[in-house]
Design a protein around this ligand. Structure first.
Ligand code: SF4
Ligand code: SF4
Length: 312
């Protein structure tokens, strides 16, 4: 089994098929381009002896692997009982468009030189997987539909591609650096807002089996980003002002997005439009609370997407 991978991105745009995961600061920087949301996912707990497979690649996890997974969970993720969750800010758009809003018509990233999200720099690696097991990520992604046509991930050493992973480690210095910066950014997000939002939603979501059932297997539950904004707004008057400005931009962006969807007249867009209207309601209530400086404890369950209405 070859355990060496090379990578060469031709900027074909094929993997830019949805808005990326972003930090809150990145969403603020691109407030007129990306509709922000919170994406909540389950992350499996790893045990020694567990076999992880990706194509012809396999690893049997040892104590050191599990310690590495635990270290990532302890700094970047959130635990409730035996469950581990990821909470990230993310761009949100109609899945029917199957593209990131920053993808230009020539297939290039329109913000490549102006604040491309860190998560896009990390592609095709996964910051939630220990470095020594990134070969499994590469093996899986190399055969996934998203990357397959582009052939950007290749097993073995290639003349026309940078060596990315060999001898159990990431050998490309730029890739290592991007991974480190993304992990630091996630750690910072935890300090700034994700841990606070996790605690605030603990009773209604993370400790509720019925609510947890709404997190799709291998996918994410997307809710309004308002709880993150209200957490941030409590830090200072300046942050509160910034949140109000962000909300105004987002309300205008949501309106434009819904207008275009109505012109497309697609049935599968309807639940997404419904969710966007929920986001807009949450923004309007949050804006009023922020303007009145009444921000603590404001989490409207229905408005942020934790009521019983369908979200997808
Ligand atoms: S699919 Fe591969 S080649 Fe195309 S943009 Fe993504 S990483 Fe680059
Ligand atoms: S921000 Fe740019 S690189 Fe990232 S998914 Fe969108 S188009 Fe692709």
């Amino acid at each position: 089994m070859v355990n060496t991978f090379s990578f060469a991105c031709s900027a074909c745009g094929q993997c830019c098929n949805s808005p990326p995961s972003m930090t809150l600061a990145e969403l603020f920087a691109h407030r007129d381009l990306f509709i922000g949301c919170i994406a909540i996912g389950r992350v499996p707990r790893r045990r020694p002896g567990e076999r992880l497979r990706a194509g012809s690649h396999e690893a049997v996890l040892d104590e050191a692997d599990c310690t590495a997974f635990d270290a990532i969970a302890g700094t970047l993720l959130h635990r409730a009982g035996d469950n581990i969750f990821s909470i990230t800010a993310q761009g949100f758009d109609y899945p029917s468009l199957a593209r990131c809003p920053a993808l230009a018509d020539d297939g290039r990233c329109a913000i490549h030189l102006h604040g491309k999200p860190l998560t896009c720099e990390v592609v095709p690696l996964d910051p939630l997987v220990p470095d020594g097991l990134q070969n499994l990520v590469l093996a899986e992604r190399g055969h996934s539909a998203v990357y397959l046509g582009s052939a950007c991930i290749q097993e073995g050493e290639r003349d026309n591609a940078a060596l990315l992973f060999a001898q159990g480690r990431i050998v490309d210095a730029q890739a290592r650096d991007a991974l480190m910066r993304r992990r630091r950014a996630l750690e910072q997000e935890r300090v700034v807002w994700t841990q606070a939002v996790f605690e605030a939603l603990r009773k209604d979501l993370f400790d509720s089996p019925a609510a947890l059932a709404r997190i799709p297997a291998g996918g994410f539950l997307t809710i309004s980003i308002v709880p993150a904004l209200l957490t941030l707004a409590q830090s200072s008057a300046r942050c509160r002002e910034l949140c109000i400005g962000y909300i105004d931009s987002q309300l205008a962006l949501i309106e434009r997005s819904i207008e275009r969807a109505l012109l497309r007249r697609r049935l599968d867009d309807r639940p997404v439009t419904q969710q966007l209207r929920g986001f807009a309601n949450a923004y309007r209530h949050a804006r009023a609370a922020l303007a009145d400086e009444v921000v603590s404890g404001f989490f409207g369950r229905s408005e942020i997407g934790l009521d019983d209405k369908p979200l997808y």
